[in-house]
Every structure is written in structure tokens, then in C-alpha cells.
Ligand binder design. Structure first.
Ligand code: SIN
Length: 277
């Protein structure tokens, strides 16, 4: 099989064909997939049929170390390295997390070493609804006026997983990690490209600014990043594998609005990253 990489029309993201993730991916094929991930920030591989073990093996294309999600009650029964996202309920028990985050965020930005990449594999998706939204924070940085780039450079923000009140935290079911400070502008460790580093769902404040100024600057940055030209909506098909670079993009689920009668089940693997610079 020959691997082909076809960029999407939205300005970022690429669809890769000619890869069967149920088999080990090495050598030139691995380089092609990883290269596309770095170049396009998000890759889509369609038509896969994978076991849990094959999903974790595929996720290691993007990094050696995978990490379990904090919400242990949604771990896959065979491996904590897969989190089950599902709105199915069996015997009165949720089969997975129905809404993993219908708000803009960058995975694990609330820890000193956030997730490098995230990979999702779609086992069942509705014909309509349950799309995932992505926002290109590298392009958003490049489009900033020079004066704004200089203003943001060196600023830091406090990220807290429990910034938005959620039942899991208020019920005491999950204890969020301590908040942490991250730069507002980050440099990609491999491509050297700069990106705005935001997680609107987790950012409490911008350090060193009065509350009003921090809120005003947050709004200005979010409004800029969330402009249509930096965004795309991904419509899932069963068998899709999507992996994205958390140093370049932020994302949002739309599952809060999904009709619970329309089953949607995905498996998620999180690839560990290092500190943000
Ligand atoms: C996520 O935020 O990782 C999940 C995205 C989705 O379910 O669409």
C-alpha cells in the first residue's frame, strides 16, 4: 500500500490513505504519518477496524508514552490507556463519558506537562451531530498584529481543570490536580512554530494583570482565535481515527447538544508531552 496525504481545504488537517492501523506501522509509513501530523496539525485515517490493543499501538506513532485519564470510571475495561467516550447506558450505568468537553480546550493544559497529542477512534457515530470542532492556534498566532505578539510574549496564564464547575468535581468523585502556570505563547518543540496557548475552559486568569484587565485580554485573545478562518468542524464516520497536535490546536466536542437517542462511542488515547516553552 502506498501512503498518501491529502490536505483538507480548511487550511489545516490532512487525510491519510494507504495505512492499516491494525498492523504495526513502522519505517517510511510511520514517518509519513508523523510528518503529516507535524505539517498539518491534525490527521484523519478512515475505515479502520481496531481492537483496544491496536488503538494503543497506533497512538504510539505520535509518542512513546501514553497516559490514563484522571476519570478512572471511564477507562476501557482492558486498558486504562483508553478512555471510553460514549452516551450509551447499559444496565443503568453509563458505558463511557457522554460529553468529554463541549467547550474549547487544549488537552491536559492544567498540568505542567500537558498532552502532546490526542487520538480518537470512532466505533459508532450518528448520521447527524456529535461533530468535533478544531481551532488552529498556530495560524491564529501568525495572524496577530506584531504589537499584540510582543504584548503576549512572556505573559503566563493559570490553568485549572476545575475552573468550569462540573459534577465530577463538586461531588468529590474526582479531585482535580493543583492549578498550574503556562505561557500564553508557546514554541512547538519540533517545528519551532509559535502558537497561542489557550484553553478557555481551564484558564482562570492571566498572571500579573488586575482581574478586569485579565478578563478583557482573555476575551480579546479568544475572539481573535475563534474567528471562522481558524476553525473547522470535523464530521465523524465509523472507523475514523483522528490524531491532533495539542501544541498547535485547541478543540471542542459538541456532544452536549447531541440527542441521547443517537449512539456515539469513541475511544481516546492521550500521548504524553513535556513542559511548555
Ligand atoms: C475530546 O475533547 O477529547 C472529545 C471530543 C469529542 O468527543 O468530540
Amino acid at each position: 500500500m502506498t501512503v498518501t496525504v491529502k490536505p483538507l481545504k480548511d487550511g489545516f488537517g490532512a487525510e491519510i490513505a494507504g495505512i492499516d492501523l491494525s498492523r504495526p506501522v513502522g519505517g517510511e509509513d510511520r514517518d509519513a504519518v508523523y510528518g503529516a501530523f507535524l505539517d498539518h496539525h491534525l490527521i484523519i485515517i478512515r475505515g479502520q477496524a481496531l481492537s483496544a490493543e491496536q488503538v494503543t499501538a497506533a497512538a504510539r506513532i505520535f509518542g512513546d508514552k501514553l497516559e490514563p485519564h484522571l476519570f478512572e470510571h471511564f477507562h476501557h475495561p482492558d486498558t486504562p490507556l483508553i478512555m471510553v467516550l460514549s452516551n450509551r447506558v447499559e444496565d443503568g450505568k453509563p458505558k463511557g463519558m457522554a460529553d468529554a468537553g463541549s467547550f474549547w480546550h487544549t488537552d491536559v493544559s492544567y498540568k505542567p506537562n500537558p498532552a502532546k497529542a490526542t487520538m480518537l477512534y470512532a466505533l459508532e457515530v450518528p448520521d447527524d451531530g456529535g461533530d468535533t470542532l478544531f481551532c488552529n492556534l498556530t495560524a491564529a498566532y501568525e495572524a496577530l498584529p506584531e504589537a499584540m505578539k510582543s504584548r503576549l510574549d512572556g505573559l503566563r496564564a493559570v490553568h485549572d481543570y476545575a475552573y468550569l464547575p462540573r459534577d465530577v468535581f463538586t461531588s468529590g468523585k474526582v479531585t482535580p490536580p493543583p492549578d498550574c502556570s503556562q505561557p500564553l505563547i508557546r514554541t512547538h518543540p519540533e517545528t519551532g512554530l509559535k502558537a497561542i496557548y489557550i484553553s478557555p475552559a481551564y484558564i482562570v486568569r492571566i498572571e500579573g494583570l488586575a482581574d478586569d484587565d485579565s478578563e478583557a485580554l482573555k476575551k480579546e485573545i479568544y475572539d481573535h482565535c475563534l474567528h471562522d478562518r481558524f476553525r473547522m468542524r470535523f464530521k465523524w464516520r465509523t472507523g475514523d481515527v483522528v490524531a491532533w497536535d495539542n501544541a498547535a490546536l485547541m478543540h471542542s466536542a459538541t456532544t452536549k447538544e447531541l440527542d441521547p437517542a443517537k449512539p456515539r462511542t469513541l475511544w481516546r488515547a492521550t500521548i504524553s508531552g513535556g513542559p511548555v516553552f
